[in-house]
Design a protein around this ligand. Structure first.
Ligand code: ASP
Length: 330
């Protein structure tokens, strides 16, 4: 493959421990084996910790990737901080066709650390993006010799080099000694959705419920400025009984998506568990079933859906294929 475009957004991969100013990106690229005048074009797009990336930044990036792909660029690499990589990857998967080869990577160790993982990860990302051509897998996170699909992946450790995991399904593939091996394919997902206008992006909140959570937690979202809410229930999507009424009231006014806080597995929409505050009670009373979606991904999906059409019926219809993803009849 020729014609790879690399976007640098910032993060640990370009940080020096204890310093606010970034590391030299030319040195990172050299260590990763990237020839500055070779077939990889480098776009120094942003230079921020990934906690400071905005949804509008990612919409702008998707717009640029789409433009470059239409102009013939065959693969894309995004270099960024790992803290929100699972979210940026998923957001890009909502906005771009799955057949655009796109790999996200970063580092857990700063550029000056002994055994810095950035150059190796970047080199693996280049091998991967070349190998992805024609596979239509959607965006892939390449870290620590593993390839993860963006729907399942989570950053599960704040410090270890092996910080990413895909609970319940494992990595999609590996990169070892320069060999990229696919272990499984992600199921095709709904979308892509039209690129939203920044002014249309709504406020969508994510709230995680826990042992004895106070109903005030939900009442806080009565403010109409919140246009949608995602609730992570315990287990397969249950909430303490006192939260059921405020949630059902909110769901009568605007979309409220219910998911599990576990990070893997499904909501109990089928009703194994019955009674006030169970997932089946909440869904029967207006909450929208998010199925196996992780909360932080559901928040981004709801944001994109609300930017297109704010009425709850459209959102509910758009969520149905996500909740049913992979379900076999019979
Ligand atoms: N705080 C950093 C960031 O997400 C961590 C990293 O780059 O891995 O930008």
């Amino acid at each position: 493959m020729s014609g790879i475009s690399l976007f640098i957004l910032g993060g640990t991969i370009l940080s020096i421990a204890g310093k606010a100013s970034p590391a030299d990106s030319a040195s990172l690229l050299r260590q990763a084996g990237i020839d500055p005048v070779g077939p990889i074009s480098v776009n120094r797009w942003r230079n921020v910790g990934s906690q400071n990336l905005r949804i509008t930044d990612l919409v702008a990036l998707a717009t640029e990737i789409e433009r470059q792909a239409a102009a013939g660029t065959q693969g894309f690499i995004v270099v960024q901080g790992t803290d929100t990589m699972e979210e940026t990857g998923f957001l890009l998967s909502l906005l771009l066709p799955a057949d655009i080869p796109l790999v996200l990577t970063g580092a857990m160790r700063t550029a000056d650390a002994p055994g810095a993982d950035g150059p190796g990860n970047l080199n693996d990302a280049i091998l991967t993006v070349r190998a992805l051509c024609g596979l239509a897998l959607g965006p892939i996170i390449c870290m620590n010799g593993e390839l993860h699909g963006v729907r399942h992946v989570r950053k599960v450790d704040a410090g270890r080099i092996g910080a990413f995991a895909s609970p319940g399904i494992g990595p999609l593939g590996t990169v070892v000694t320069g060999r990229v091996r696919l272990l499984q394919r992600p199921l095709p997902q709904p979308g892509p959705y039209p690129l939203p206008e920044p002014a249309d992006l709504p406020r969508v909140a994510l709230v995680s419920v826990g042992l004895d959570s106070d109903p005030l937690l939900i009442e806080a979202f009565a403010d109409r400025q919140w246009q949608g809410l995602v609730v992570e229930g315990v287990g397969s999507g249950h909430v303490p009984q006192p939260l059921a009424a405020p949630l059902i009231r909110l769901a009568g006014e605007r979309p409220v998506i219910l998911v599990s806080r576990c990070g893997g597995g499904d909501t109990d929409a089928e009703g194994t568990y019955q009674g006030k505050g169970t997932a089946s009670h909440l869904i029967a009373n207006g909450l929208i079933d998010g199925g196996p979606l992780q909360g932080r991904k559901a928040r981004l999906l709801l944001t994109i859906l609300l930017a297109q059409a704010a009425d709850p019926a459209s959102v509910r219809a758009a969520l149905a294929p996500w909740a049913a993803l992979g379900l076999l009849a019979g």
